[in-house]
Design a protein around this ligand. Structure first.
Ligand SMILES: Cc1ncc(COP(=O)(O)O)c(C=O)c1O
Length: 379
């Protein structure tokens, strides 16, 4: 098998070590170049380019569908996972008192969106408390299932954000459906990081960013709706085709830059060329190595079993530092050219490392040493 591309394949500034691929992704040079070519084409013939866009998007949806286990007609493009979630929340015909279940590990922006919709419609929101550190997938089910009976919607992550845990999505969907609860899977981090199979997951809706781990330009995500849910799922921006229904209603949300959506095909071609499984395996192995190395270097324990981890490795900052350490530690690492996600969870400071092709073991060793030195002088 050919060697996988490394750092030089990416457009990242040579002075920067990007250990936070997870927040916003980073593009291979080839995808960036293809997107720039698309922007040039759209300037060379603005009217012709835009006129061709809706049909072109349907063809790209077929391509994305093959990547995430869905038919193209079951997918629409949205700007990001937040928009995917909001589309579903805004589409449902809520009744006062309806209950939404989320988890305590949910992404804060999505939880804010849920709270916003709840205020507007008089809904009840229950956050199932998932303990972190987490004992295993069973602990997640044990935390969520007691909240399901009588709920209208479960909103649950495929991969949690700050804590970086791969959740047992299929089992959660089955448990919710067995109790008559619809499920929206927030798969913001999933495409490209873990295998995504919309049909097998069985959820009512799944939204996933392509701009994080699938090498699409930023502002590129999909929303999948199960065929039984498509009729009631409407775009946030209603325009010319709104009465044509799913999926066409989503393909012309007014004038916008469609190049991130169109270029997602190029990111997926790039992944296919190098092997989706080969990339995932390499990143998972690097993340496992990071956990082993940093746990030993810092004298800390990983917060979850290896079976709940993919390319994100979240570990406690050594010295049991509190939330106040998060900003200064981030700034100190950034001053050394390391961009890494530092975050407070349950009042403690944590570091989340993203393993991606542009990261090597030597970068993680540096992170370990610099963090240990910073803690020694500030802890
Ligand atoms: C679980 C989860 N949901 C939603 C989001 C939001 O993604 P975006 O800002 O692309 O909408 C993130 C971002 O990291 C996330 O981790």
């Amino acid at each position: 098998m050919s060697r996988l591309p490394g750092r030089s394949a990416f457009a990242i500034d040579p002075g920067l070590t990007l250990l936070n691929h997870g927040s916003f992704g980073a593009l291979p040079r080839e995808v960036l170049a293809a997107r720039v070519r698309m922007l040039r084409a759209s300037e060379a013939d603005p009217v012709g380019f835009m006129a061709r866009a809706p049909a072109a998007l349907r063809a790209v949806a077929d391509r994305v569908g093959r990547f995430v286990g869905a038919r193209g007609r079951d997918l629409v493009f949205v700007d990001n996972a937040t928009a995917g979630v909001q589309t579903v929340l805004s589409s449902l015909a809520w009744r006062r008192g309806d209950r939404i279940v989320e988890t305590s590990l949910g992404y804060a922006g999505v939880r804010a969106a849920v709270a916003h919709v709840a205020r507007r419609h008089g809904l009840v929101v229950e956050a199932a408390p998932v303990a972190f550190p987490c004992a295993g997938p069973e602990a997640v089910l044990d935390a969520v299932v007691p909240h399901l009976a009588g709920a209208r919607l479960l909103v649950v992550d495929a991969v949690t954000s700050a804590s970086g845990l791969v959740l047992p999505v299929q089992a959660l969907v089955e448990a919710a459906h067995a109790r008559g609860v619809a499920v929206l899977v927030d798969a913001a981090h999933a495409p490209g990081m873990i295998p995504v199979d919309c049909r097998a997951w069985g959820a009512d809706w799944i939204t996933g960013n392509l701009h994080k781990w699938a090498f699409a330009p930023r502002s590129c995500a999909f929303l999948y709706a199960h065929p039984s849910r498509q009729a009631g799922t409407v775009p946030l921006v209603a325009s010319w085709d709104v009465d044509k229904g799913w999926p066409v209603a989503f393909d012309w949300p007014g004038t916008r830059d469609v190049t991130p959506w169109l270029a997602s095909r190029v990111g997926l071609d790039w992944i296919d060329r190098h092997g989706a499984a080969a990339i995932r395996n390499r990143n998972d192995a690097l993340s496992a190595w990071a956990v082993e190395h940093l746990s030993a270097r810092w004298g800390v324990q990983p917060p979850a079993p290896a079976s709940m981890r993919a390319a994100l490795a979240t570990l406690p900052v050594p010295g049991a530092l509190g939330a106040q350490a998060v900003g200064p530690l981030h700034a100190a690492l950034r001053a050394e050219g390391l961009e890494v996600y530092t975050v407070a969870i349950e009042g403690r400071a944590w570091i989340r490392v993203s393993a991606q092709l542009h990261v090597g073991e030597e970068d993680i060793v540096r992170l370990g040493d610099l963090t240990a030195a910073w803690v020694a002088s500030h802890g």
